[in-house]
Design a protein around this ligand. Structure first.
Ligand code: NCD
Length: 307
């Protein structure tokens, strides 16, 4: 059964196919309005979420399908000690496809190995978040036209930020992409991404602690939240959380056509005054996320033979 656990499960051709479907949905939503009639999506969220869960649910409704939902660990049998494996075996009897978020790295893979329907990873701990990356890719494609040749600044919590790990894995496939990794020492990109992905593929990157210094070089600035819930102590979190605050003054040094992205939720990383800057794309990203999730649901249900 084909599932979506990691962005690397998708070939470049498949990513292009998903982007093309999403663009077609945007151009002609009516064509897709009944595509998933009488099909059910189960959203199983064992960790907080607004956008990801609601965008999956909106995506299924816009495909004419239905949704059943668990929106917190506390309200489900997980609180009684039920395993992920058992939960998804049960849910496989009630739904046609699952979108699951879980605080543990690897939980999505366990789910996929036990479900008899496709599972979409909507975030597993600090590991990966493939559908956020799909939203990010559609945003970059729509705003910049192409992926090739871009210099992408990733700023903030590069250690625990799963969206960053997935985005790097997607963007390294395109020609002449460069990365600028901007983080405090304590929140640097994990070596399993730096060594196994960037160095292994000989992708140019620089690491810095200064956002100001590199601002003029960037085509894309991807801001992230410091992931409070993955810290072991509150003191470190409080010390690091406001290291980078993007404001209109810092943006003066940026290219006129640089785009500003953020997977949201924003805490303090981007001052609200930046929202009025035409380069701010983070709310557009949330809309693009819905279209890419529609495209992904269609693809997986077709491959499962359900559609
Ligand atoms: C991100 C996540 O959950 O990893 N949010 C999202 O899905 N849009 C980023 C975050 O929580 O900081």
């Amino acid at each position: 059964m084909r599932s979506a656990i990691d962005i690397i499960d998708f070939s470049t051709e498949e990513i292009e196919e998903l982007l093309a479907t999403a663009l077609d949905i945007i151009a002609d939503p009516d064509k897709y309005a009944d595509a998933c009639r009488r099909k059910k999506l189960a959203t199983l969220f064992f960790e907080p979420s607004t956008r990801t869960r609601l965008s999956f649910e909106a995506a299924m409704y816009e495909l004419g399908g239905n949704v059943i939902s668990v929106s917190s660990a506390a309200s489900s049998s997980a609180s009684k000690g039920e395993s992920v494996a058992d939960t998804v075996k049960v849910v496989s009897n009630y739904a046609d496809i699952i979108a699951m978020r879980h605080p543990k790295e690897g939980a999505a893979l366990v789910a996929a190995n036990n479900a008899t329907i496709p599972v979409i990873n909507a975030g597993d701990g600090g590991h990966c978040h493939p559908t956020q990356t799909m939203a990010d890719l559609l945003t970059i494609r729509r705003e910049k036209g192409a992926f090739e040749g871009l210099t992408i600044g990733l700023c903030g919590d590069l250690k625990f930020g799963r969206t960053v790990h997935s985005l790097i894995n997607a963007m390294v496939r395109y020609d002449n992409v460069k990365f600028v990794l901007i983080s405090p020492e304590e929140l640097k990109l994990p070596s399993y991404v730096k060594k196994d992905v960037l160095q292994a593929r000989k992708i140019p990157y620089v690491q810095t602690t200064s956002l100001e210094e590199v601002m003029p070089d960037l085509d894309v600035l991807y801001m992230t939240r410091v992931q409070q819930e993955r810290f072991f102590n509150e003191e470190d979190y409080l010390r690091l959380r406001d290291t980078y605050i993007l404001d209109t003054r810092k943006l003066e040094a940026a290219k006129k056509d640089m785009i500003i992205m953020h997977p949201l939720p924003r805490v303090n990383e981007i001052s609200v005054a930046v929202d009025d800057d035409p380069r701010a794309c983070y709310f557009k990203q949330t809309l693009n996320g819905k279209y890419m999730r529609m495209a992904l649901i269609l693809k997986l249900l077709k491959e499962a033979g359900t559609l």
